[in-house]
Design a protein around this ligand. Structure first.
Ligand code: NAD
Length: 378
């Protein structure tokens, strides 16, 4: 979003991105659950950057050398005067044995596509050998990622049962959560609705149970029991890209770099940090990682980089948390919008509306209107 605003202002900059496309992080669960083809959740960056002075370099950042103001990439190195770091997050495995090796994560569009393909291939394998493990899916962690993925997968497996002629009662979708409840960040009322909706769709929710180990095809719980599953997905936590800590920036326990009110690193005023990489405190409390705040930060980052580069006064960041919306499958959702609890189809529709708003901000009416049409090759 920062690049989009810099581009709009005609400010020359270079965007280093691992992919030639931008994907909709908040909708990865939809891609994993087969709602649409993965490529429909991506937009070519060339469609977003219009100004001739904006430059895209497809490369991977591997280190930031703040002393020499150089970013190292796989393809070489790039010096900078002002750097905006918005490198996102990676899964946090908390040192759980076998978890990284034997589970999938919902980290990016490619991993979402992998989950979808894997579930389909497990159904195809069941057709061959009738091994019930192929029809068992285990998701670790019942935060917003785990629950949105769960809702989507529950709808997806119902469709796959029709396609493969499988009795729906044979499919098991488990969620294992260490805390005594799912979705700790939402109200008890909404949590109850989420639990009811998911259980009606056939979810098996195991709360107050920690995953302690994962071996090939088996999730081990702290009480010694285990769940054998052909599909294991870890949604138990995330941390900021480790390059921030490696660069010597002050980070919190989630690896986010501390920033001041202008979103500038407290360690280096030539570095700005946004999105899930940014540790911003308001009234002594760290802001949560959130897509809506990341988009708001993008606007401030672009404004402040331009201001500092042209000797103007920077503006302080004013976060505006509008609430939380979570889908529980293709049509139903829950949410807290400005303190008002919404659930059912209206919440699902609101989530669709926020999707359109984001695409509008990103690419104007053309992008909002053309999404749903395949415009990117992954
Ligand atoms: P999270 O940290 O919010 O949730 C992870 C869950 O996994 C926690 O409830 C935790 O108790 C559980 N867990 C951790 N270790 C475990 C173990 N060993 N066994 C079982 N359970 C374990 O992570 P997330 O859901 O990926 O969300 C990351 C961030 O992204 C959050 O800030 C979230 O609010 C945001 N997000 C928002 C939306 C939305 O607004 N719709 C959607 C997805 C993510």
């Amino acid at each position: 979003m920062a690049a989009k605003h810099l581009d709009k202002a005609g400010e020359p900059f270079t965007l280093v991105s691992m992919n030639e496309y931008h994907y909709l992080t908040t909708l990865l669960h939809e891609a994993a659950g087969g709602r649409r083809k993965p490529k429909e959740y991506a937009v070519p960056i060339s469609h977003l950057l219009k100004s001739p002075s904006s430059k895209l370099v497809v490369d991977e950042v591997i280190a930031i050398d703040k002393e020499h103001r150089v970013v190292h990439t796989r393809g070489g190195e790039r010096s900078y005067e002002w750097l905006v770091v918005a490198l996102g997050w990676i899964p946090d495995y908390f040192g759980i044995a076998g978890l990284a090796e034997h589970s999938m994560t919902l980290t990016n569009l490619a991993s979402a596509a992998r989950i979808q393909e894997h579930i389909v291939s497990e159904f195809a394998r069941y057709e061959q050998d009738k091994d019930p493990n192929h029809l068992c899916i285990a998701i670790g962690g019942a935060g917003l990622t785990g629950i949105e993925l769960m809702g989507e997968i529950l709808d997806f497996v119902s469709l796959l049962c029709i396609r493969f002629g499988v009795d729906r009662r044979l499919v098991q979708v488990h969620n294992i959560e260490a805390l005594p409840m799912i979705l700790p960040q939402i109200s008890e009322e909404l949590r109850g609705i989420a639990q009811q909706v998911l259980e009606e769709k056939g979810a098996k929710l195991h709360t107050g149970t920690r995953i302690v180990r994962v071996t090939p095809g088996v999730v081990w719980l702290e009480d010694g029991s285990n769940i054998s599953a052909g599909t294991i997905v870890w949604t138990g936590g995330v941390r900021a890209n480790p390059l921030l800590k490696e660069a010597g920036l002050t980070v919190d326990r989630k690896g986010r770099a501390k920033v001041n009110a202008f979103l500038q690193s407290v360690d280096d005023d030539h570095i700005f940090v946004g999105g899930d990489c940014s540790w911003y405190e308001e009234d002594g409390k760290a802001l949560p990682t959130s897509a809506q705040l990341a988009a708001q930060m993008g606007r401030t980052l672009a404004l402040n980089v331009r201001s500092i580069a042209h000797g103007r006064t920077m503006k302080t960041f004013h976060p505006h948390l509008q609430g939380t919306l979570a889908s529980l499958g293709r049509e139903i959702g829950i949410g807290d919008v400005g303190g008002v609890a919404v659930s059912g189809m209206p919440a699902g529709l609101l989530k669709e509306a926020t999707k359109m708003k984001y695409m509008w901000q990103l690419g104007g009416i053309r992008l909002a209107a053309t999404k749903g049409v395949e415009i990117v090759h992954l």
